[in-house]
Design a protein. Structure first.
Length: 60
């Protein structure tokens, strides 16, 4: 058995408000360099309208 560990790259990815439920749904692509995160209670487009954000890993 091999053991691996994760190391954070870049800044934290946080929701806009405490009750957004940011992270309710999360998906990572097969390459591991793009994630999609949903916040079902985000109010940006109206009360609890929700939103999705896409994050790409930038390698320097």
């Amino acid at each position: 058995m091999e053991w691996y560990s994760w190391t954070q790259v870049g800044a934290d990815i946080d929701g806009e408000a405490a009750d957004d439920r940011f992270g309710y749904a999360v998906s990572i692509d097969d390459a591991g360099d793009r994630i999609v995160v949903g916040a079902i209670n985000n109010d940006g487009g109206g009360s609890n309208s929700g939103h999705v954000r896409v994050y790409d890993l930038s390698r320097y």
